[in-house]
Structure formats: C-alpha cells, structure tokens
Design a protein around this ligand. Structure first.
Ligand SMILES: N[C@@H](CCC(=O)N[C@@H](CS)C(=O)NCC(=O)O)C(=O)O
Length: 212
C-alpha cells in the first residue's frame, strides 16, 4: 500500500520536537509532504490549531484521515506500520533500553531545553548552568553506555540507526550551538548524527550555509 503522509512542523531552526519525526522519516526513507508553520509570530497559534488538536507541532496526518500530534507517538506509529525498517532495535533487550532512553528524553531534560534552546544556525558558546549541566551529564552517560554496548553493530546509539537517535538529534544540535566539549567517543557519536544525510538536509533547510 502507498502511504500518503503530511508532516506539519514548526520553523526548522527552532522546532526541536519537529526535528525528531522529520529526521526519522528522512533517515528511514519514508516519503512525506511537509507543511512548515512559522513559530514565534502572532499568527502561529491559530495556524497550528488548523492542524493540531493540542496546539503543538509536530503533527502527522495520513491520507486515510488519522492525525497524530506527538513526536514519540508518530515514531511509534511509523515503527508499527513499517516493521521491516526496524525503527526500534530488533533485539528485545536493546529495544527495551532504546525505549527507556527515548522516553527519558521525551519527558525530561527540562533545564537543558530552557537554557539551551535549539538554534540550528546559531554558534553561541556558553557554559551550562547547574540544572543544564546535570541534564548534560545524564545524556552523556546514556550515550556512553549505549555506544559501549553497541559500537560493534554501527555508529548510532544502538548500532544501526533507530528512533532513539531521532529523539536525541536536537540535543546534538544544542551541543554544537553552545559549544559543549566532548571526549572522542561521544564526539564521534555527535558527529555521526550532525553529518548524517537527514541532518544535513534539515540544517540546510533551516538556513545553515553548509561548507563545500
Ligand atoms: N510533546 C509534544 C511537544 C511538542 C511541542 O512542544 N512543540 C512546540 C514546538 S517545538 C510547539 O508546537 N509550540 C507552539 C508554539 O511555539 O506556538 C511532542 O513531542 O510532539
């Protein structure tokens, strides 16, 4: 069956929640149409409400009338619909951990989000405050544990690309924008995401002038 997907997102430079499903679909090769709504304008709330019952983006609309208005719910829907793509790790133990770290990202790291908002084109190094530093330490522990367990299977968190990478993609952008120094193991993972085809496409569309 041919799927007919429309992904409604916010301004690419800022909309960290929108980046997740957009990046996931691009990396997985799932075709979609997109509608980008400018955020931070007087008209943004009404424009989003046209598509989203929660008043938030992203929203995925399917050709047969389904609306999904949460980034993790969109990822789960796509994993259900396209089992052959293995959007979650195939191994049940790895999958359980991938779901745990994705849920932790979805529900947490509030201080980091507030202090270091996503700004794809920005390069404004600054030290994190206490709360953001705590969040960063936890994220680094998650990345290190996953990379140490799964590096033999590939360069992504769980070896092969998975939904967990899409969930952490906005954090990669924040680390670049605010100039966080990482050790070689974590820097290699950051760079895997930052230079992946899906992220290069998003960065360019967000207005970043890419080298060469
Ligand atoms: N839990 C939601 C959160 C989505 C969210 O907070 N989206 C922000 C943009 S990144 C939004 O729509 N804000 C409304 C606005 O800026 O007008 C998800 O995972 O999709």
């Amino acid at each position: 069956m041919e799927w007919d997907f429309t992904l409604v997102i916010g301004t690419k430079n800022w909309s960290s929640w929108s980046l997740r499903p957009w990046y996931l679909m691009r990396m997985a090769g799932i075709a979609f149409r997109e509608i980008e709504i400018p955020l931070r304008t007087a008209d943004s709330p009404a424009a989003i409400r046209q598509y989203s019952p929660s008043g938030l983006v992203p929203v995925l609309k399917t050709g047969d009338g389904l609306t999904i208005w949460d980034s993790l719910a969109i990822a789960e829907f796509l994993a259900d619909r396209f089992p052959a793509l293995q959007l979650w790790p195939a191994d049940s133990r790895a999958r359980a951990v991938a779901r745990s770290v994705s849920a932790e990202m979805h529900a947490g790291f509030r201080d980091l989000r507030i202090e270091w908002p996503m700004d794809i084109v920005g390069r404004t190094p600054r030290a994190p405050g206490e709360g953001a530093a705590r969040d960063i330490a936890r994220i680094c522990a998650i990345w290190r544990e996953a990379r140490q367990a799964y590096s033999a299977d590939g360069p992504f968190l769980f070896g092969r690309f998975s939904i967990a990478d899409a969930m952490y993609a906005p954090v990669v952008s924040r680390f670049i924008t605010y100039g966080l120094a990482l050790d070689p193991e974590l820097a290699a993972y950051r760079d895997t995401i930052w230079t992946s085809p899906g992220m290069l496409a998003w960065r360019q569309a967000a207005g970043e002038v890419l080298p060469g």
